[in-house]
Design a protein around this ligand. Sequence first.
Ligand code: ADP
Ligand code: MG
Length: 590
Amino acid sequence: MVKMKKIKFITEANKNLIKNFYKDFIHKYNFDVALAFVLLILVAITASIYPYLIQSVFDNLLDNHRDSWILFPLIIALVAFIRGVAIFLQIKQVSKISLSLAVDVQKKLTEHLINTDLIELNKLSSGNHVSRIMNDVVLIKEGFERSINNLIRDTLTILALMSYLIWLDWLLSILVFVIYPIALRPIIKIGKKQNMIATILQQQLEIVTSTLTEMLQGIRMVKSYNLEKLEIKRSKSVLNSLFKKMFSLVLGRAKVLPILEILGGVAAASVISLAGYRVSIGEMSPGSVVGYVTALLMIAQPARALGTFNTVFQEAMSALSRIYNQLDVKPKVTSLPSSTLFEIRKGTIPSIAFENVDFSYNCNTKALDNINFFIKGGTKVALIGQSGSGKSSIINLIARFYDPINGKISINDQDIKNVNISSLRKNIGLVSQDTVIYNTSFFENIRYGNLKATKKQIINAAKNAGIHDFIISNHLGYNSILSENGNNLSGGQKQRISIARAILKDAPILLLDEATSSLDAKTENEINKTLNKLIINKTTISVAHKLSKMNSFDQIIFLGEGKLVGIGTHKELLKSSTFYRKLLKFHEIE
Ligand code: ADP
Ligand code: MG
């Protein structure tokens, strides 16, 4: 039983994968696949007619029939023509389906990634995600192409040619069919080893992709710490391992070719000597010998393709299973089917409440531990605490980037777990420390705040965020293109763009996570003035790094190691909390 399982070509798991792949992707192309099958059959048939034609030509030539120089050339030309057209259409048809499938899978994966939880996303590096979308999809495309070409066209061709060989001379054929598979054994062995190396190679490719992505993303850090040598050494070492894996794969392939060459030669020689003998005793016509050898030579190519098919097929299957593993991960932070639209009645400003909230990024350590607070609508709240104390985590939970493991977060008495996520986020403006800048114009970059905004509104928002003058000082003004990650902007300029987006969005809840941390004191003052205008009639939570102006907040929430250390106004905390007094002293601010 165990042995049976081992040699099984399609395992139960693969069967399921193929079923799902058909249901999710291939079935759309049923008609195209049927058309491809017809063309593949045509190509296989035209191939197997050749040896018979050649046999007839030779026999006729030797018998001095006139047919041989009028009729046969015409037939051969016609078959060649039909075959040529069929090959072209078949390649076109199969490529059309396989490329469409590849793009479909890439679109589906990308869509899935965008909708995935941050927790799931962070489990793999972005290099890994990219490798899945690029490399794994290519493996599936190749697997699909080879499945159709090899399993249909090549198998048919081989069967047709084998029938012809048996029809010509069954005794000789039995000899060939028995000896060949035995001789092919070493090749099968090499194939198995190749399989293993191919898997390792794929892993190595993923490592190279992530290493290079990481290197480019962190290039500023690398340069500032003079880590170039280390990075070059690291990239050289992963590239060297890639070379080794690739070389052993090529070496395996290189061993197969000479074995096939020698086998082919020996086979041809023995067939010719046996056949020659049979011709001499009148049991075989010379034309049949030529036809026989032609067919035998023609079998070699599809047989070789079938020999390597399993490798490609298994690789495609493991790529498919990796992709399905990804697609099967259902986001945990979702809008429930029963979710209601989050709506804020006109004239009211949303309040925010945390009740016994526990939260953890990785199940081991708690980022937030039993947090309770109430923020009245329309107030301005400061979130303070040392770095790592959980300030950003609170912001992340309000925007539902994550869900708490225990407890309840409500806005206007609606548990945010039960409302539709996008309707919730529509009401939240977020300005965080790490601003995302896209490789497009200032206009488009600010427009992300509100896709429906007019040019006038965008310019107004830029003016309010104090970035307008800088934008128009650029050669193309608002149409100037920013570089990736905003590499041609200062940290402060990036933050102003982020603030302009929030101004444009004009949401009733404003979350500012160290929004002004990259600004110098003077600009920070200016921006704060703008923000003060922006926050009128809004509920604002501001993660404050610097502890000046604490008395301008309606409430201060003070965190320490994920726990609530104190809550109240500046005056109240000064009175009640020794920790607060210590923290202020630490910052040397009264
Ligand atoms: P703060 O904003 O106050 O500096 P955070 O809320 O970002 O702190 O972090 C709280 C804790 O959660 C820290 O111990 C931090 O290491 C951890 N943490 C933050 N983000 C992640 C993440 N994406 N994955 C795992 N742990 C995280
Ligand atoms: Mg933070």
